[in-house]
Design a protein around this ligand. Sequence first.
Ligand code: R5P
Length: 268
Amino acid sequence: MDWGMRNRLSRIIQPRDGRSLVIPIDHGYFLGPTTGLENPRKTLEPLIPYLDAIMLTRGILRNCVDPNFDKGVILRVSGGQSIVGPSLSDEDIITSVEEAIRLNASAVSLSIYVGTEHEHQTLTNLAKLIDGCERYGIPVLAVTAVGKELEKREARYLALCCRIAAELGARFVKTYYCEGFDKVVEGCPVPVLIAGGPKMETEMDVFETIYGSLEAGGAGVVMGRNIWQNEHPTAMIRAVRAIIHEDATPKEAHQLYRELVEEESKGA
Ligand code: R5P
């Protein structure tokens, strides 16, 4: 791997443990001002000290993040559809490689929709993006299985998506946790991160999901709603960080979360 590619990747996946805590705030690219992200700057600011990288579109990066931000930036470069439009999978590349370089992105991300009517279009989008980005040492993150595809949250399907993304040249992949997640990781030669999906019932569910994914060989999270939609997002990200980078168990993370919430309430 060339120096530039390695350097950019190391801003996201931490070289000391091969893991990463990415906070995505890109949901507005098809959902608009979704709950918790009405004001992305306000949502993001308290989380910055505890995250390794953020994932977002160029519009939110330019308007809501200070240019002295010193963590990794994953620029979402696919889109062109909306939640009220005819098809969530009908995405194209919406931001150029030149723009990613101008914004000093550490990586770019694009969604693929395997098993949908737009499978071919989104997979060839990924391949073209990778060709363009490899030229400049920019890693591409493939985002697998979003929207309706969540129904297919099982190891055989997710392993298929992740493997195809890696075969096309993605340097890392984001997918969902599932039963038999070790099979997904085993079949994918590049790091696999998990998204959180819609807010889970309890904090413990989140901690157990993350812990389970790491135990199965996962490389961390690109987790949004289960952190910034929590009543106590700072306590939540600190507990998640303890699992990812300090090997905390779900029980230890939960204890930390409760202590931090209590501290917060005393300070209020
Ligand atoms: C899809 O809208 C985006 O790529 C999100 O960044 C991704 O789904 C991860 O966010 P969450 O943990 O909220 O599912």
